[in-house]
Design a protein around this ligand. Sequence first.
Ligand code: B16
Ligand code: MG
Length: 224
Amino acid sequence: MEKNKLKAVIFDLDGVITDSATYHYLAWKSLAGELGIPFDEQYNEKLKGVSRMESLELILQNGNASSQYTKEQKEALADKKNNLYKELIKQISPADILPGISSFLEELKANQIKIALASVSRNAPFILGQLCLDTMFDYVADAAAVPNAKPFPDIFLAGMSAFGLQPQNCVGVEDARTGIEAIHRAGMPAVGVGTPEEMQGAELVTTTQELCLDLILERLGMEI
Ligand code: B16
Ligand code: MG
């Protein structure tokens, strides 16, 4: 049987390229503290790959407080969190690129494989700039322009369509279950960064450190 050609790799940002979850956590923790809602690192895990407004909703629900706020008030709360988050992420630098990612991106470039970003974070372009990785990406999907957040496939499909490719020629890389589902719904094989328990269903489970072209081609049965 003929192997599918790998023509693009579509990356999630938070948890794959860099660990911005720590800053999301600190900003949400500050807001939850002001609102008198319990919030800890374990609960923060539920927010991985979840959009800003959906994250706020989950936090309010955890404090049985969702019905206490109007839509406008919720938007103001999300803005408040985001302003603090934007202050915190100013400290991100190239030293925060997760191990193995820079060499993997260079390997993809050297082999003319397209590189896209499919993050639901509206702060993704700023973070890529802080990491000095903006020129490595051929396409950065605009989270604000994508109608449905993960687990809907829209953001991965946006990355694929930007290159005029078919799903069988793309691979998605994610660290969140909701993201693995989004990749699969887009019809692409998924590489999960994390533990096998967390990344159930991914065609390849690995670490950023081990991520390389040979591993993907071999384990996903693809060629370049
Ligand atoms: P923002 P990803 C996601 O990034 C984060 O995992 C998630 O915790 C966050 O709520 C979401 O971005 C939205 O971020 O508030 O900056 O728009 O994993 O899709 O790269
Ligand atoms: Mg993520």
